[in-house]
Design a protein around this ligand. Structure first.
Ligand code: DI6
Ligand code: FE
Length: 401
């Protein structure tokens, strides 16, 4: 059988749904044609391939290309100063109420033009790619006006043109009420629902809509309005839920059939049950947990017992998770959340694809899916989770290249 490229002499962690554990294949082979996987499995018993190029992997491990399903990559400036304030005793909420936090990043983002914003964002994207990321979700949410949210979304779209990576863009206008709406956040929600979402949808600038459901963000009633507007425009939903308190956002997300509810430190049994019923993915963000020194863990055991799929993400953002390392996030998920090696790797591949509604296309090594591979210089997959601050990526393949 003719194909573009074959990778031989590899050990595969296929992460294929239905295969136990990591779906390991020793003596594995991957064949690609037209950017898609033709075959991924044992070399013994594979069809005879006539490949334009054969890559000997030297017994290295191949996993699916990593997927980071929750990032806020597009912003200008940084918040190192607030980090210092926090080290001197101020809380995240105090800084947010005093005009810092999200709003200070908004100010820096508004004054940056599109080129400057793209230039500020690319190094963060490059750090993810250097660890084998092939698909990344990128949210807006630091513009907080129609003009500047559209600018952030355009920059997010341009990331995929600037680099070989799939970018899923999420509109997060309901991230925070900007200062001009401080006294009337409901009027800002009106703007999000009546002007921003229709404009974003008309321009085809978003693949999903997200909101920050929190005491310092938006109430469940406000989120309900945002969700209704998004749904009216056919856009899939995601939600920042139960990060700092329990507002039953996850149940709301489940009620709307959201793809995922994210953070979830304060999730209750009722929320777990609602997510399980709806098939809403739990996207866990150990970088934010770590950086904010949160002490309440997401209810991993309950999620596991209920069969709620668990994805992992960096949540890269300047305020609560200035993290651009999926490998470090896996280590944190294992160490802080007690997730297993299998759960950590599935969290950044198969379950991350599920959290983006892309499982049909990526997230595992299976014939028909996009040929996105990460080839690792490790003896066993556990090393990817175990080591800290070490990057054993040997090669990254996106769409067969
Ligand atoms: N939850 C978070 O942790 C970030 N956004 C959100 O909705 C914080 C964003 C920031 O502080 O800039
Ligand atoms: Fe986030």
């Amino acid at each position: 059988m003719r194909c573009d490229r074959v990778w031989t002499n590899a050990r595969l962690a296929t992460l294929a749904p239905g295969r136990p554990g990591l779906g390991v294949v020793d003596g594995g082979l991957v064949a690609a044609s037209g950017g898609r996987i033709l075959y991924a499995g044992a070399a013994d018993g594979a069809p005879g391939f006539e490949a334009a190029e054969v890559v000997d992997c030297g017994a290295r491990w191949i996993t699916p290309g990593l997927i980071d399903p929750h990032t806020h990559l597009v912003f200008a400036g940084d918040r190192a100063h607030e980090f210092e304030l926090r080290l001197n005793g101020a809380s995240y909420e105090e800084i947010a109420r005093a005009g810092g936090g999200i709003v200070s990043t908004m100010a820096a983002t508004r004054v940056a033009d599109e080129a400057a914003l793209l230039a500020a964002t690319l190094p963060r994207l490059d750090a993810l790619l250097a660890e084998g990321v092939a698909t990344v979700e990128v949210k807006s949410g630091y513009g907080l006006s129609l003009e500047h949210e559209l600018k952030c979304l355009r920059v997010a779209r341009r990331l995929g043109e600037a680099r070989g990576v799939d970018v899923r863009v999420t509109f997060l206008g309901a991230h925070a009420a900007p200062p001009e709406f401080r006294d009337d956040p409901d009027a800002y929600v009106d703007l999000v629902c009546d002007e921003m979402i229709p404009a974003v949808a008309a321009a085809g600038l978003a693949d999903a809509v997200d909101a920050f459901c929190e005491t310092i963000g938006f109430s469940p009633d406000q989120v309900r309005r945002v969700f209704a507007a998004a749904r009216a425009h056919g856009l899939p939903l995601k939600l920042h839920a139960e990060q700092l308190s329990d507002l039953q956002g996850a149940a709301l997300a489940a009620e709307f059939g959201a793809l995922s509810a994210d953070h979830l430190e304060h999730l209750t049994e009722a929320g777990v049950a609602a997510m399980a019923r709806a098939g809403t993915v739990a996207t866990l963000l150990p970088g934010a947990f770590y950086f904010t020194r949160e002490t309440r863990r997401p209810p991993i055991e309950a999620l596991r017992a209920a069969g709620v799929p668990m994805a992992l993400a960096t949540d890269c953002n300047p305020g609560t998770s200035p993290l651009t390392s999926p490998l470090m996030a896996m280590n944190m998920a294992a160490t802080l959340f007690r997730m297993t090696v299998e759960e950590c790797l599935a969290g950044f591949t198969r379950e991350a694809a599920r959290a983006l509604g892309l499982l049909h296309d990526t997230g595992s090594l299976e014939a028909g899916k996009q040929c996105d591979l990460a080839i690792w210089d490790v003896e066993r997959p556990a090393e990817l989770v175990y080591r800290m601050g070490f990057n054993p990526l040997h090669a990254r393949v996106w769409r067969g290249q």
